[in-house]
Design a binder for this molecule. Sequence first.
Ligand code: AMP
Ligand code: ZN
Length: 471
Amino acid sequence: MEIKLYNTLTKSKEVFKPIKAGAVSVYNCGPTVYDRAHVGNLRAYVFADTLRRMFEYNGYSVKQIMNITDVGHLSGENSGNADVGEDKMTKALRREGMPMTLEAMYKVATVYFDKFVEDLRELNIELPEKFPRAADHIQEDIDLVEILVKKGFAYTISDGVYFDTSKFDGYGKLGNIDIASLKAGARVMANMEKRSLTDFALWKFNPTLGWNSPWGNGFPGWHIECSAMSAKYLGQPFDIHTGAIDLIPTHHNNEIAQSEAAYDKPLVNYWMHNAFLNIKNGDAESKMSKSDGNFITLETLEKEKISPIAYRYWLLMSHYRTPANFSYEAVRGAENGLTRLIATINGYPKIGGKISTDYKARFLEFVNDDLDTPKAIALIWDLLKDTNVTPADKYATITHFDKILGLDITKKLIPDSKLIVPTNIVALAEAREKARQEKDWKKADALRHEIEAAGFDLLDKKDGGYEVKKK
Ligand code: AMP
Ligand code: ZN
């Protein structure tokens, strides 16, 4: 079945065509590990995981790379300029009273990297093939900057080596960045030595901290890390690059400029971006962000007795390209729904059911249509109400859909030996159901006796269907 994805580059939904048949290569911009991730950051990874699961469900082999930014991400990015401000990692060192060394930086990054992986596991996110760390790829960054210097795309000023965006045709093509109004809007260029406002650092000098390079001691720019690591692990072009929408104007346009200038071929074929998780700030909703101090982690949710999986379910109830407004009430509401769903299917026979081909086709149509998870979830509720599908089949179908939704439903079911029905009994119950539907009452009765004699109760439900339980 065809898969359609919304491509930020073309601003349209396109039929996905892989570079290599049956395989898909995906790069996710990963977290900056200077602190705990907030649930807004985690939206980006639930989205990436849903994408991965959708491809796996469709029979693709997925190669997914998620980088870990543990150097080079400057705090100035929050004010729209990624080349100024303090490195977020040195901020963490200061906050935690650690020495200002590369070793300490690696150590503190490892702590938050581990916590991040814990968060992913709690959200039942499948881990990518690799989490390359920026600090382990400095040589790859230097090699790439050297190519750009040799090809005339870079120049050096007092605080670093910069990419000359005027040399790259079509700079800002992702999201159609309006460079002219950007320039008009900027009253003062943060760095007067830069040739253009949009030029960005490839390598930043730092005499006391960092790595040696042909241009001087310092550290890589944040953008070059993603270009170098994606090329190393996925080649160029690869299939899909993801991130949240805040990365479009600068980080992703800069990745495109560097990678395409260096290798004269497209960086990636499909760009996919998730919308923000917002939170109330005064009267208005705005992006959840650490700098505003108005953020929530999975730990906070758990203190509020909300499970991470309920948060995942709540996220999936919105399309990934629609902003979601966080509130405890909303997520609690979702948790109630999920609990109801699990309790309902808990009462169904857990073996012997068949996946409904009709529902499977509709489910696939939704998820393959640019991950329309809200429609896929609504379909599950329709299925629960459908009296033409047996409870055993409902159970088989919904637990099958969970391969994509990742709600870990089967682990949440109450282990109750009364509910575990052997296959031969389910087969008898299904045969009886068929006999009943064909109005062969004699046969239906005989099968009921056989089931009861084997120690099981057969209950016909008011709304159609049946339930089998051990006596
Ligand atoms: P960072 O750790 O700041 O590098 O961000 C990690 C990921 O989270 C990036 O893909 C960001 O674009 C994304 N992100 C940050 N804030 C939000 C938010 N409020 N909602 C959704 N995604 C976000
Ligand atoms: Zn990135």
